[in-house]
Design a protein around this ligand. Structure first.
Ligand SMILES: [Zn+2]
Length: 400
């Protein structure tokens, strides 16, 4: 009898333990409505139907709207596909928090903003890089940090990003219970700050203009030739120089300034600053800015993060030093890994469009030669050139 009793007790103990574990697992897997095994909910009807949604309407797209608003923590009433006053209140709250026109109507603008939040809540597994994207832009789109993207994809050099590259956006999906579900449940407030920061300064580049920008100089092997080609065509460009190299080759920096180019800061050490403390970032940027100012007589007002690895701390610290962050519009460097000048030319021509900010480098062997062919080709396509001065789009370097 005792044996049976002990067995019952043992079963009871094991069973209670099992229940204790089953409850959270069930919650994670099941109580997050619309999510099955970590997959994304299907809100296609909402985003793909061209219908403007407002009070009185019913349908699957309304149901999906309610479900997404609930996922965003803005809607607690029933997800019934009927657009009533409570749905309208949730839409108004959404429009309010994302700086949209508050009308309680879900038109194309509100749908686009909802889609942006949907991508952050439920990032797809992968992203295919298209022209014009930087790592920062891709990270912001999915509510990730640049360092997360770098880690997930084991990127050695984030500059080496080309259209068509496929980036993984999530860790292994085979273990949905391990936390992917709860990561996605983070309230949208967590990422809204990042989303509101604009990584690329909107310089008023007029139509049919292209800005040529060069990172990583000065470099005694390549900078003189680049400066000569630019002079040959009377073109003003923007150079993002590395502080310690500027100190090493001050004459080249002086020449950039004397020949009318804009000089920006590309860090002092050229190390990845994303993830470092404000003080570390400030020290690096300030050293570079001071050094360039002393050499050229111009105080840089533009900053471009080394390796394109931007985070909020850098944006803030650059702003405190009177600098604006400027990224670029092509993907990766047009001259990185190019085997011939022709290859550089082809890449840039593929990215040429009104207002393009083209990233090239000092330090690669084919850049100067490519420019000699590229500049006349772009001119034939009707493009003019300019540097990135803060208040004038046609005048070369303003003094500070
Ligand atoms: Zn660089």
């Amino acid at each position: 009898m005792l044996g049976v009793f002990a067995l019952v007790r043992k079963f009871h103990r094991t069973f209670s333990r099992l229940v204790v574990w089953l409850i959270p697992i069930t919650i994670i897997l099941g109580a997050w409505p619309g999510r099955v095994d970590g997959s994304r909910p299907d809100y296609a009807e909402l985003f793909e139907s061209g219908r403007v949604l407002k009070v009185g309407q019913t349908g699957e797209d309304v149901r999906q709207l309610q479900a997404l608003l609930r996922d965003l923590g803005l809607y607690t009433a029933s997800v019934d596909g009927i657009f009533g006053e409570k749905t309208k209140a949730a839409v108004l709250a959404f429009q309010q928090s994302y700086g949209l026109l508050r009308d309680g109507i879900v038109g194309p603008g509100t749908k686009q903003a909802l889609y942006g939040q949907f991508l952050k809540l439920y990032p797809p597994d992968k992203h295919t890089v298209s022209a014009g994207e930087t790592l920062w832009i891709i990270a912001a789109k999915y509510g990730l940090s640049v360092s997360q993207l770098v880690k997930l994809n084991k990127l050695k050099d984030p500059d080496r990003l080309f259209p068509g590259d496929v980036l993984v956006l999530r860790a292994d999906e085979t273990t949905p219970v391990s936390g992917n579900g709860s990561v996605s449940k983070a309230p949208p407030e967590d990422t809204s700050d990042e989303a509101n920061l604009s990584p690329v300064e909107k310089f008023p580049v007029p139509d049919k203009r292209i800005c040529l920008t060069f990172n990583d100089g000065p470099d005694p092997a390549t900078t003189p030739a680049i400066l000569d080609v630019l002079d040959k065509y009377g073109i003003k460009a923007t150079f993002f120089v590395i502080g310690h190299k500027a100190r090493e080759y001050p004459e080249l920096v002086k020449q950039m300034a004397d020949r009318g180019h804009v000089i920006g800061v590309h860090g002092y050490e050229h190390k990845i600053l994303a993830g470092l403390s404000s003080r570390e970032v400030k020290t690096d940027l300030e050293m570079a800015q001071t050094c360039i100012t002393q050499i050229s007589g111009y105080k840089p007002y533009l900053y471009r993060p080394p390796h394109g690895m931007l985070d909020e701390t850098q944006i803030r610290e650059a702003q405190k030093l009177g600098m604006k962050v400027l990224m670029w519009t092509n993907v990766g460097g047009a001259d990185i890994g190019a085997r011939s000048p022709q290859e550089v030319v082809e890449r840039v021509l593929a990215w040429a469009r009104d207002g393009a900010i083209i990233l090239l480098h000092e330090g690669f062997p084919h850049t100067a030669k490519a420019l000699d062919e590229l500049i006349p080709s772009l001119a034939r396509m009707g493009f003019g050139f300019q540097n990135l001065s803060p208040d004038s789009v046609t005048e070369p370097v303003p003094g500070q």
